[in-house]
Each structure stands twice: as C-alpha cells, then as structure tokens.
Design a protein around this ligand. Structure first.
Ligand SMILES: *[C@@H]1O[C@H](CO)[C@@H](O)[C@H](O)[C@H]1NC(C)=O
Ligand SMILES: *[C@@H]1O[C@H](CO)[C@@H](O)[C@H](O)[C@H]1NC(C)=O
Ligand SMILES: *[C@@H]1O[C@H](CO)[C@@H](O)[C@H](O)[C@H]1NC(C)=O
Ligand SMILES: *[C@@H]1O[C@H](CO)[C@@H](O)[C@H](O)[C@H]1NC(C)=O
Ligand SMILES: *[C@@H]1O[C@H](CO)[C@@H](O)[C@H](O)[C@H]1NC(C)=O
Length: 679
C-alpha cells in the first residue's frame, strides 16, 4: 500500500506556482498580512512577558541558595534554599531598572554562571564559587562597565537585615543600620582631622543578620555610603570605568557566617603582659626634657601614694620627641644604660610616621643627608624631580615616611628601636598609621599605596619591632601581634562618647582586632573636660571587662575617694577575673579565628531581638556584661542570650534562663550587671 506523503503540508511546488501566478495586488496583500502577523506575535510576546511572567526569576541556583532577578525594581535577590528564606536584596543602580525583560544567560550555557549585558551600560557576571566552608555557599558578583562614564553602584537593603562590619565611624553604631555617611572612599582616616570621614579601623567585610557576608577584594577602588535604616551602597569612582567585584556568602545564620570567615593567615597575639597593666597617660608639663622627667617622676609618686603603682606610664608624641632630642645625642656621648624614668612602672613612648618640615630630621633629608628620599613624594612627571608630599599632622605641615622604600623603613625601625632602648620603654605606640595621604591631597597614588595600602604596609613593618607595639589603625592586619589604640571619644554619654564604646568593641572584635586599647576612662577627645564622676564610674565599669584599662584624668583628680577606691577594685577585678578569660579565648581566636568579644547574637543567632543589642557584650560565650550607659539610670533591660542556657548574676547569685529579657533590672552606681553562664 502506497504511503501517502506530505499529508497536511502544502506541496512546495503548488505554493510557489500559485504565488507566482498571483497578480501584484494579491502579492502585496499577502505581504501585509505577514507583517501584521509578525507584529501581532511580537506584541503578544511582549505582553505575555509583562503579564504572565513571574515578577522574579531564578538566574542562578546553587545547592543551599540561589539568586533571582526582581523585575521592575532592578534588584538581585539572594534566597536560601530549600524554603526560599530571603537573605539579601541588592538594588542595582548602574543599569536601567526595568531591563532586561527576562534576563537571559549569555554565559555559554554554564550552569554555574549567569551573565547579562545591558547594552553600552554594563555587564554582569554572577558565578557560583567553590565552597569556602561546609554549610556555606559563595557567589562572585562582577560588574564591568561598558562605557567610560558608567558608575557602578550596588545598594544592599537594610530592610529586615541588620548589618555589621565595614568602617569605624565617629558615632559608632551596632548594627550599622543607624549610621549615616555620604559616599566616600572606603579608606581608614583620622576622625579628629575629618570627623565625617571613616575611622582608623576598617575592613571590606560586611556581615548581615540573615547569615550573609559581603567581601570586597582589596584591588577594587571603592566608595561606601550609609543611608540610615535603608541601605548601604558600594560604588566605583566616577569617570574611571573600573569594575566592581565582590563576593557574597550565605550560611545558615549570622553566627555561622562569622565562624566561617576566619581569615587565613596565622594569627599571633601581642604581648599579653600588657593586659593586666593599666595605662596611665602622662598629661603633665612638657617643654624641656628635664621638666618632663620631673613630671613623670611626680606622676609615679602620686600613683604610689594612691596604691596604684603597677602598670604603664604612657608618654605622648610631643613628650617623646622632646626626650628623644635630648637623649639621642650622637653615639659615643650617649649614656649607655636606660634611665629608670618611671620605676616601678613601665614606660610607653609614642611615635608617628610624620616629620615636621621644620624638624632637624626633615631638614637633614633635604640636604641629602642620611634620610634623603625617605619621605613620600608626588609621583614625578617624566623628566621632573620628585617633590615631597606634604600633609598636615596635628596642625603642622609634615612629610610622611615612605613605607614602600626598604631603606626608609629600615632606618625608621632602627631609630624606633634605638629610642626605645635609650628611654627604657617597654611599649612603643605609633600614631598616624591610618589614612591615605595621596587621596587627602587629591593626587594620584602609586599602585601599592592605593586604598589602605599605606596602613597595611606600615602595620606589617611595625609588627617586626616586637610584640609590645601599639598602632592607631588597622586594615588587613588583624593577624599581626599588635595592639590597636582606639580613637579618642567625647567626654559625654552620646554615641561619640560612652554609648559608642560597646559598639566599637563589638566592631573591632568582629573584624578580628581583639587586642585593642580603649580610649582613656571618661573620654579624651580634644577639648574634653571630664568632670562628671557618674560618667567616669560607668565608663570604668565597662573598661574593666576590656583588654587594657587606660586612664587619662587620674581618679584622684576627677572624683572623690569612693571613686578612687572603686578604681582600685576594678583594676583588681580586671586582673583576676577578666585577663584569664581573655587568655583562654585568645587561644580560641588563634586556632579558629572567633572574636573574643561577642554580640548577643553569638548565642541567639536567629532571634531578631538579639540583632540590635548594642549595650551588652559577651566575653567568649561564658560571661555577659550589661553595663549602664544612660545618665542617671540605675536600672535597665537585659537580654540574656542562648535559649536553654542558665545565667548566674555575679552580684546577687540569682539564676535566670537564657533566651529571655530581664525588665528593669537594677544596677546601682556601684554595680555593673555581669552574668556567668552556668550551663
Ligand atoms: C520584612 O519582614 C516583614 C515581616 O516578616 C515582611 O512583611 C516584609 O515584607 C519584609 N520586608 C522586606 C523588604 O523584605
Ligand atoms: C612577646 O615577646 C616576648 C619576647 O620576645 C616573649 O617572651 C613573649 O612570650 C611574647 N608574648 C606573646 C604573647 O607572644
Ligand atoms: C618610595 O621609595 C621608593 C624606593 O626609593 C620609590 O621607588 C618610590 O617612588 C617612593 N614612593 C613615593 C610615593 O615616594
Ligand atoms: C574601699 O573599699 C574597701 C573594700 O570594699 C572598703 O573596705 C573600704 O572601706 C573602702 N574605702 C573607702 C574610703 O570607701
Ligand atoms: C523601673 O523601676 C524603677 C524603680 O525600681 C521605677 O522607678 C521605674 O519607673 C521602672 N521603669 C519601668 C520602665 O518600669
């Protein structure tokens, strides 16, 4: 039986023949019909996409999470699988929000990547990365501008997410959600010179309470803006057509996310002997070396008289320079043995990488002496000679040490070592480690000093001086055996004063800087006049539980004998109770990289109430400190984290359940609520 072929098909020859035989008007009509059908289909597809398509669409899916594109708003959404728990929303500011109608993959059908180009604007490439830790999934996000004038800007929503990490700021907040800052380079800076800038300690790391982390590579030129309670934005500088690249990681919760981000390099603590030694800052007469020496001896006599004769006396930069000029006489005439300036206490001296243009040090270098070429210079144009880059430090025009020159560093470190020996100092503090002088002067920086390259290089060099080194800033240096001096706080109860202290403690420790020295009890910002005994006492009560207790105004000057007595008790408690805890958790930090000072959410990582607590902290996971930070108050609410645990009040021996809030808990001026986890 012959098989009938071509059933249901128009025989080609017939169709061609018929069309050829048509008259011209008929041909025109068929053509028009074709065009009409084409348009009808196109409109149909467009409206189907607009109406029928879901408003969000998966663009990349991993095992534990996935990313969606939200149409209309132009946002990337990160959701945890399998339930689709919202983790993060990123508003994409650099491309038309409504485009692409459906994002289509242009990554050569690779299931682990998603790419899309917005014509002439930017290209987006998302990629699943090999897992960094079990239970974590990471994505790389890379934007490439396709026009020179495109500024890339991604904004991370604060709706239902509390954020931690990033920069220190003048009025520190925990979480970051309450902070406000215009877009500015994410580079460490001196808050006394630029109060609206970023502070001396920062990392390109943000942690969200949904268990997400955002990490930006060091080589990305980056501006950060903080829009209070709405979003924070990462953006590239205008007109430079640089890519924006960061990594997102998702974990089950916020504490797991932090545990999984332990930095790789080996971590070493600084000299732990300083932990048990209170620091007494010298505020006596300066002027001549003889005057300073007399002043130091007088401070020591007074400390002895008040039975506070243990610890460290800290001499500021100016005093150190005066003593250095007197003591660092050319070798040969120098007295060999170190003078016992502050016996039985120890001495700390202060240096900075700045040299005043009138200083003998800088003058000698101008004449081509020992230090020629040791200072940062403007990058010379071809054929021109280099000019020193002058910046202002403590109100003086200064040159700054060139940390990329081996010779300059070697000379500077040798000089610091020599001075330390000559003055018999146990500790050396370095101020002015923060900041990018090129950026401040708006001149191009050499590649190795872009961003926080200066701070990183100087901190690494100073760490070679030994484990008794204190630096004023930190960026990618949390693994080094250095103490970090916190910035001066205002002598008041605001977030720029006492209320900012615990947020700063949590911020420093979260970023891995556990060996910080808090500002002097009572605050020490220029113009501060500590005279409020209540503020002094509440401040003292917090600092008792921090690594090092530092004093500016001594208690016998600010307050009465009761406060002096309390100071002695607090120093004792710090030594007996806090230092052993710090040593214990320092070991955990070395092996696992966990912070020593932990927020309430460390033990309650899924309780939203824990995310916004900024006036309590944990030492390890066994001691909870909940001090009063409000003027005139003798009671407060206390959140006890960790459902299933029991907390013992060290003042009253009463026991409470974790996962609860104690309302209106009493704490007289003599008391600080401290709880110990008993199970
Ligand atoms: C935040 O959470 C609330 C309650 O779960 C929800 O109604 C709201 O839509 C969320 N907001 C955003 C922007 O996700
Ligand atoms: C600090 O250095 C000194 C001398 O080099 C050493 O004895 C001490 O153990 C070090 N401390 C720590 C905590 O590493
Ligand atoms: C620092 O010193 C090095 C080596 O002498 C030199 O090549 C470099 O240009 C200097 N950098 C700056 C910014 O002056
Ligand atoms: C200082 O404190 C101790 C111990 O609490 C107490 O015995 C002593 O009376 C106090 N002295 C003053 C002057 O308050
Ligand atoms: C807390 O307790 C004090 C007295 O102990 C009382 O004066 C105050 O009104 C209470 N505050 C609240 C919010 O309950």
């Amino acid at each position: 039986m012959p098989v009938s072929r071509h059933t249901g098909q128009i025989p080609e020859s017939t169709w061609t023949l018929t069309f050829r035989e048509m008259t011209e008007p008929w041909k025109g009509a068929v053509g028009c019909l074709g065009v009409a059908v084409f348009f009808a289909m196109t409109i149909g597809i467009i409206s189907w996409q607009a109406v029928e398509q879901p408003p969000e669409e998966w663009v990349l899916r991993g095992r534990d999470a996935g990313m969606l594109w939200e149409r209309g708003r132009g946002a990337l959404l990160l959701r945890a699988l399998p339930a689709g728990r919202p983790v993060l929303a990123i508003a994409v500011g650099s491309v038309p929000a409504t485009e692409p109608p459906p994002p289509r993959d242009r990554c050569w059908h690779d299931g682990r990547q998603f790419c899309y180009s917005w014509e002439e604007d930017a290209e987006l490439r998302l990629a699943l990365e090999p897992p960094a830790a079990p239970g974590t999934e990471c994505y790389s996000v890379r934007w490439t501008p396709l026009r020179p004038d495109v500024t890339l800007k991604d904004c991370f929503s604060m709706a239902n997410v509390s954020w931690y990490g990033g920069p220190s700021i003048r009025a520190q907040r925990w979480p970051l959600n309450g902070a406000e800052s215009p877009a500015q380079p994410l580079v460490s800076g001196d808050l006394s010179a630029n109060p609206d800038g970023f502070g001396p300690l920062l990392e390109r790391f943000f942690l969200g309470s949904t268990g997400v982390t955002v990490t930006v590579a060091p080589d990305v030129s980056l501006l950060l803006s903080l829009e209070s309670h709405q979003q924070f934005c990462l953006e590239t500088p205008a007109g430079r057509a640089e890519p924006l690249h960061y990594q997102l990681c998702v974990s089950t919760d916020v504490a797991a996310a932090r545990r999984h981000t332990a930095s790789a390099p080996a971590r070493t603590p600084p000299d732990t002997a300083l932990l048990g030694s209170p620091i007494w800052r010298y505020h006596g007469p300066e002027g001549s070396a003889a005057k300073i020496k007399r002043g130091l001896r007088s401070l020591v006599r007074r400390l002895k008289r008040h039975r506070l004769q243990e610890g460290v006396v800290a001499l500021g930069e100016h005093g150190t320079a005066v003593l250095a000029a007197a003591d660092l006489v050319p070798s040969g005439r120098r007295k060999r043995q170190a003078p016992a300036l502050v016996e039985p206490l120890e001495l700390s001296i202060t240096l900075s990488p700045y040299a005043g243009i009138a200083s003998p040090l800088f003058q000698r270098s101008l004449r081509g002496g020992e230090a020629a070429g040791y200072w940062l210079s403007r990058q010379p144009r071809p054929g021109a000679s280099s000019i020193p880059l002058l910046t202002t430090w403590k109100g003086q025009l200064c040159a700054r040490l060139n940390v990329t020159s081996e010779a300059a560093l070697g000379w500077y470190l040798a000089r610091a070592q020599q001075l330390r020996q000559a003055l018999g100092a146990t500790y050396v503090a370095f101020e002015g480690v923060e900041g990018n002088s090129f950026l401040e002067q708006d001149v191009p920086a050499p590649a190795e000093l872009e961003g926080d390259g200066y701070t990183e290089a100087l901190a690494a060099a100073l760490a070679t001086l030994g484990n008794g080194t204190i630096v004023s800033a930190g960026s990618r240096s949390s693994h080094l055996p250095l103490f970090v001096q916190m910035r001066p706080l205002r002598s008041d109860w605001s977030h720029a004063g006492l209320k900012g202290l615990i947020p700063s403690v949590l911020h420093y420790s979260l970023l891995g800087y556990n060996f910080f020295i808090p500002d002097a009890v009572g605050g020490s910002e220029a113009g501060a006049t500590p005279g409020d005994p209540e503020l002094f006492v509440r401040w003292l009560q917090i600092v008792t539980f921090l690594p090092v207790m530092a004093f500016g105004t001594p208690p016998w000057l600010c307050c009465d004998t009761w406060v002096l007595n309390l100071t002695r008790q607090c120093i004792q408690r710090h030594r007996d109770f806090v230092v052993p805890l710090l040593l214990k958790y320092s070991e955990e930090w070395q092996s696992l990289g966990y912070p020593i000072f932990r927020p309430a959410w460390w033990l309650s990582p899924t309780d939203p109430a824990a995310f916004t607590i900024e006036d309590e902290f944990l030492i390890g996971d066994e001691v909870l400190v909940a001090p009063i930070t409000e003027k005139g108050q003798t009671w407060r609410d206390i959140y006890l984290p960790g459902e299933g645990h029991l907390w013992l009040d060290t003042n009253t021996a009463r026991v409470f359940d974790g996962g609860t809030t104690l309302r209106n808990y009493s704490a007289s001026l003599a008391e600080v609520p401290v709880f110990v986890k008993t199970s």
